[in-house]
Design a protein around this ligand. Structure first.
Ligand SMILES: C[S@@+](CC[C@H](N)C(=O)[O-])C[C@H]1O[C@@H](n2cnc3c(N)ncnc32)[C@H](O)[C@@H]1O
Length: 252
């Protein structure tokens, strides 16, 4: 568990006190996402559990329209909350799936309107028998251990497993992923450029047929700092339109 500065610890304590409040205002949510330090009570390096900053999530939500939305590895639900703010509460039907029950409990304060499921996204969950218009996810990055996988991709990268899985349940997806996994570079570089030479990226595309590209958002380096980490990320979208059947790789 990470050591906090005195100022961080003070704000974190104030954020903790919000947990006793039955209903949160938007300002409470802003304060909580900014100051509650996920690393204070949880070992989040092994779980890949660094929450998405709210201003960043508002940018991600530019690529998420109204309708049924599933948030895979939802954490405390910041991505879904942003999608709800942009689209209007009455225009979204949100399902959040998260492994850690403590985060689910907080998530219910962040978005009481959502259906919260405590569970492993790679296991069979009744909530995932439905079809969604949008999948969103800021999954753990890299070789974080997972028991399961999506139907096509056989590698170890958690973010690719999640995208592969999302393609089964949703018409399109919006993902916060490491820049080197996106197949393009846009954030923190002078201009947009495809970068498709990574071995794992090529394996992912070959096995799934998923094409990732930039959405409507901005250079992600312009948003708030993450708590305790500084990942170079991209917001990648996919329409899953050339998805190939499981067990069958692209030959071209
Ligand atoms: C980067 S964080 C999510 C951030 C989220 N967007 C937020 O702002 O709260 C990744 C989350 O994935 C969860 N997670 C990891 N493996 C999972 C799994 N197999 N099924 C469901 N959730 C999982 C972690 O507990 C963590 O909360």
């Amino acid at each position: 568990m990470a050591k906090l500065t005195k100022a961080e610890a003070k704000k974190h304590h104030e954020a903790e006190q919000l947990l006793d409040k039955p209903e949160w205002t938007h300002e409470d949510r802003e304060f909580f996402t900014q100051h509650w330090q996920e690393s204070a009570n949880h070992v989040n390096t092994t779980a890949g559990a660094f929450f998405t900053p709210l201003d960043y999530a508002m940018d991600v939500a530019l690529d998420v329209g109204p309708g049924k939305i599933v948030d895979l590895c939802a954490g405390i639900g910041t991505l879904s909350y942003a999608a709800m703010l942009r689209n209007g509460t009455e225009n979204v039907d949100i399902t959040c799936i998260e492994l850690n029950p403590a985060y689910v409990e907080i998530g219910r304060k962040m978005i009481p309107q959502a259906r919260w499921i405590t569970g492993d996204v790679f296991q069979e969950l009744p909530a995932l028998s439905e079809r969604f218009e949008y999948a969103v996810s800021n999954p753990p990055f890299g070789r974080i251990k997972a028991e399961g996988a999506g139907p096509r991709y056989t590698g170890a990268s958690f973010e690719y497993k999640i995208i592969d899985l999302a393609a089964e349940y949703a018409d399109q997806g919006t993902f916060v992923i490491p820049q080197q996994s996106a197949g393009f570079q846009y954030s923190g570089v002078p201009y947009y450029e495809r970068k498709e030479d990574g071995r794992e990226y090529q394996k992912f595309v070959k096995q799934t047929g998923v094409f990732l590209d930039i959405g409507a958002g901005m250079d992600t380096t312009s948003y708030s700092k993450w708590h305790g980490v500084a990942p170079r990320t991209e917001v990648a979208i996919s329409f899953f339109d050339n998805l190939i059947p499981a067990q069958q790789e692209l030959t071209a």
